[in-house]
Design a protein around this ligand. Structure first.
Ligand code: SAH
Ligand code: SF4
Ligand code: F3S
Length: 495
């Protein structure tokens, strides 16, 4: 998954009318207890916070954008690398101070770090009252009640079925235009460096009817882009329960048999089928997805992308390393040649312009200098539009922690990482240069960061485009002639 590295404070949003001034939920919250949620880690965690907000609203809590106002503070945490956990530990120090001023304040730890550390968190961090893992969010109101009566409360049970399919998320910190929609949970891949299979449990796919319903509702509320989220979206697989099916007509056999509007999903649905169902909701609803696993992405997905203009030409296809021996140690189950084969296929079916991004890890166990060079040469081969790049961080309990020495010194990991970053900056700039002189279709997300007179939005390939605002409004599509760029942004004017 794409990592949202900086801490983001979630705020309530008005989802009824994207252009109306935001009515603060705080105004509606008179007499209610107030919940403040802070999210860390990947987009799935951010999407989960929106489920938690919905569960808590049903339990009579209103969300607030200020920790100082809150009766209850949740940190939805990440455990992917050691520094993600350190960030949360530092934040807890602050909350400790807040709690000293306001002893009745309750603090809950949710998400992956909560799942990883379980009751140990309560022993190590006295400020924490509630610990809830990613599959325990329906239980949170009960845990809060328990904590209110003075007992520490924990639920870290991992489920094989929970997808929160029936819960309508409350959009937090929303621009009213783009939204994330979880289509599956967990991961069965067991990459040797990764803690996610331990913190999120077994992979399970969400009922496609509920996904299509959520995306349709979003479109009707004015949203114009959905990103379908999963750790490995290509292994999305749903089959109706054996007859009598409570969900549809349902008795035909075979995968990939979607009917318009998702009604009567006869056979099973693969990811390609799901993409098609969501793309068919409306041509003005853009569809993105993340993350694709190189071992699983199929031609069927590429053809579906080619067939629908509203499925964005952008694939996040993390390589992790460019060396086959390291990939084997990482248990990624593909090698350099397989990965290159997938890239070639993407270019064949979707053309040179398809945006491709990656995740790269520097200094994995036993990685030699030559093997690191192969990561750089893979990057030269692909010329990624964008990359998320990390130094290897050993995670307790993972296969790599058990089997391989974390033997690359920190300064070497850092130096290799810097080489990867420098390479990527060159490629991002060169890939962005290609767009100069082209007209790009942009979905306006709102004012640019720097100036209210400028608007910004993304093109098909997920690149941010900034342009003078004029009379245009967020949620609209505009054609922008690109005239300049940096490695991060395109600039131009609406034509
Ligand atoms: N499901 C996604 C990845 C989710 S985690 C996939 O398979 O591609 C996001 C990224 O964090 C990973 O792609 C990897 O590059 C990085 N990552 C995961 N564990 C890590 C570790 N122990 N040290 C450094 N980076 C790690
Ligand atoms: Fe982690 Fe691998 Fe699963 Fe991605 S596919 S979440 S890296 S185990
Ligand atoms: Fe996401 Fe971090 Fe968990 S990356 S799945 S929140 S460990």
């Amino acid at each position: 998954m794409t990592l949202i590295s900086e801490l983001t404070i979630l705020q309530p949003a008005d989802k009824e009318n994207v252009d109306a001034p935001r009515t603060s939920e705080e105004e509606l919250a008179v007499g209610k207890k107030r919940l403040y949620i802070e999210s860390y880690g990947c987009q799935m965690n951010f999407a989960d916070s929106e489920i938690v907000a919905a569960v808590m609203r049903n339990a009579g809590f209103a969300t607030t954008s200020s920790a100082d106002d809150a009766d209850l503070i949740f940190l939805n945490t990440c455990a992917i690398r050691d520094n993600a956990e350190q960030k949360v530990r530092n934040r807890l120090k602050h909350l400790n101070a807040l709690k000293r001023q306001k002893p009745e304040l309750l603090v809950g730890m949710l998400g992956c770090m909560a799942e990883r550390l379980k009751t140990k968190l309560l022993e190590e961090e006295k400020v924490v009252d509630i610990v809830a893992g990613p599959d325990a969010y329906r239980d949170i109101p009960k845990l809060v009640e328990e904590a209110e009566s003075g007992h520490k409360a924990v639920n870290v049970f991992l489920s094989r079925e929970e997808t929160y399919a029936d819960i309508s998320p409350i959009r937090l910190n929303s621009n009213g235009v783009t939204a994330f929609v979880s289509i599956m949970r967990g991961c069965d891949n067991m990459c040797s460096f990764c803690v996610v299979p331990f913190t999120r449990g077994r992979e399970r796919s969400r009922d496609p009817h509920s996904i299509v319903r959520e995306c349709t509702d979003l479109f009707n509320q004015g949203y114009r882009e959905v990103t379908l989220l999963g750790q490995n979206v290509d292994s999305y697989k749903w089959h109706p329960t054996p007859s009598p099916s409570p969900l549809g007509r349902g008795e035909e056999s075979g995968w990939f048999a979607p009917l318009p509007n998702g009604e009567g999903l006869g056979g099973g649905v693969t990811f390609a089928g799901l993409l098609e169902l969501v793309a068919q909701i409306h041509p003005d609803l853009r569809v993105r997805f993340s993350t694709s696993h190189p071992k699983d992405i199929t031609d069927e997905v590429l053809y579906t992308m080619a067939q629908y203009d509203n499925i964005c030409n952008y694939i996040h296809l993390p390589a992790q390393s460019g060396n086959s021996r390291v990939l084997k140690l990482m248990n990624r189950t593909y090698d350099r040649e397989w990965y290159i084969g997938k890239i070639d296929r993407i270019r064949e079916v979707l053309g040179e312009d398809c945006g491709i991004s990656t995740d790269m890890i520097s200094g994995f166990c036993t990685e030699t200098e030559d093997e690191h060079q192969e990561s750089l040469s893979l990057m030269d081969y692909v010329r990624y539009d964008y990359a998320y790049m990390f130094a290897y961080s050993e995670r307790p309990g993972t296969l790599a922690a058990k089997k391989y020495p974390d033997d690359i010194p920190e300064d070497v990991k850092k130096r290799r990482l810097n080489e990867i970053i420098a390479k990527q900056l060159e490629h991002s700039a060169a890939r962005n240069q290609r767009h100069i002189g082209q007209v790009q279709r942009v979905l306006i997300e709102g004012p640019s960061k720097r100036s209210d007179a400028e608007l910004c939005g993304r093109n098909d390939q997920n690149k941010m485009v900034v342009f003078p605002g004029g009379n245009h409004r967020k949620g609209q599509y505009v054609n922008v002639l690109v005239t300049e760029c940096t490695s991060a942004t395109l600039r131009g004017t609406v034509i």
